[in-house]
Design a protein around this ligand. Structure first.
Ligand code: G6P
Length: 385
């Protein structure tokens, strides 16, 4: 049994560890300019660089509607922050299973964006048909070239994360975030919302991510292992975040639910007072994403607000595990446990934050004797409704 479990767990652990090697999606940068060459990555159905979604099309879209399921939906929520902030283009995010049944209002001038690891999720395919029927051009962010969604889409951004075996998505998620950041940057450029200097800064920050993920994998695994020992008997977990960090809280909760069968909820930290505060006592572990980009005043403000939320949790006896950036010594005085990650741009921090949450879920599941790769009742690809 122990051997079987070890083998079963291997794929999930391996794919979590593969992440830093999987950023071929990082755009090509022309030597003479800071322009991120996204069209090279947008392929047509034959895998050729796309012409049917032109630079002019990308410039002309007046909105983006993202449709996805599960972990890909969490990537979509983070992508909304990236696209709205960089490209100043309004973004709506829908669950595919909801979108298809709510008679959406036609919008042929918006981009329909499907995010899907497999490209075969039935609800996502149905939502794509609905988008196309309403006149939208569709672009897919997908890990499987040739899959149903990529065949229907006018353009595809491939995530190139390699085959993902474990049911719970890990490396595909970080690859989706990378693709979304790249797309947001491209939209910002074609819409004239960003200077070359800012573009270069963001591309430099993006290029640091693979080494930073490797560093996290090296430095936080043991801590996550110890945290699993301390908290594996907990019945419930809360995950909190603000802004772009809130979707990562949702994803952390989903990973824990999926593979360790512990009830977990993700919540926007500022909403705690409207209900979840009633749950807090000394038996409740609360994972708070309390990172910040010191160069970004809006990020610092959110961090300060998150610290207040953390104090509200600890004052009620809740046991806080904080995710914070390296060098943040202040937070260690407020909470029981801190996991440090390297500093990055506000919009890139999510890619780093999710790694310890994936590792925590993994160690919790192993400790509880769960089959990490094949959780009960779940499928890797949900091809029926
Ligand atoms: C299933 C998988 C999840 C995945 C979701 C969406 O539920 O277990 O890991 O996030 O489907 O899959 P997709 O392939 O469309 O991203």
């Amino acid at each position: 049994m122990a051997l079987a479990l070890g083998l079963a767990a291997a794929a999930q652990q391996r794919q979590t560890r593969q992440q830093p090697l999987k950023l071929p999606q990082v755009p090509l940068i022309r030597a003479s300019t800071t322009l991120v060459d996204v069209p090279v990555l947008v392929l047509d159905k034959q895998g050729q660089p796309l012409e049917s979604l032109s630079r002019d099309d990308f410039r002309a879209f007046n909105a983006v509607r993202i449709v996805a399921c599960g972990t890909s939906w969490h990537a979509a929520l983070a992508g909304k922050f990236m696209i709205e902030r960089l490209a100043r283009l309004p973004v709506d995010v829908d669950y595919a299973s909801e979108y298809r049944y709510r008679d959406p209002i036609p919008d042929s001038s918006g981009l329909g964006l499907l995010i899907t690891q497999s490209g075969e999720t039935a609800d996502t395919i149905a939502a794509q048909h609905e988008l196309i029927a309403k006149g939208s051009k569709t672009l897919a962010i997908c890990n499987v070239v040739g899959s149903a969604v990529t065949r229907l889409a006018e353009g595809v951004i491939t995530t190139n994360a390699g085959p993902e075996i474990g049911v719970a998505s890990t490396k595909a998620f970080t690859a989706q975030l990378t693709a979304l950041f790249t797309l947001a940057l491209y939209l910002a450029q074609v819409r004239g919302q960003i200077t070359d200097r800012e573009s270069l800064h963001l591309v430099n920050e993006l290029s640091r991510i693979p080494a930073q993920i490797e560093e996290i994998l090296r430095t936080v695994d043991e801590t996550c292992h110890e945290l699993a020992r301390a908290f594996s008997t907990a019945r419930d977990f809360l995950f909190l975040g603000r802004g772009i960090h809130y979707p990562i809280a949702l994803e952390g909760a989903l990973k824990l639910k999926e593979i360790s069968y512990i009830h977990a909820e993700g919540y926007p930290a500022g909403e705690m007072k409207h209900g979840p505060n009633a749950l807090i006592d000394e038996t409740l572990p609360v994972v708070c994403i309390a990172t910040q980009d010191p160069g970004d005043p809006s990020s610092v403000l959110k961090y300060e607000k998150t610290l207040s939320n953390i104090q509200e949790v600890t004052a009620r006896g809740g046991r806080v595990i904080a995710i914070a950036i390296q060098g943040d010594t202040h937070i260690a005085q407020l909470v029981e446990h801190v996991i440090h990650i390297p500093q990055s741009h506000e919009l890139l921090l999510p890619i780093l934050e999710v790694i310890p949450l994936q590792l925590l879920a993994y160690h919790m599941a192993v400790r509880r004797g769960c089959d990490v790769d094949q959780p009960r009742n779940l499928a890797k690809s949900v091809t029926v409704e």
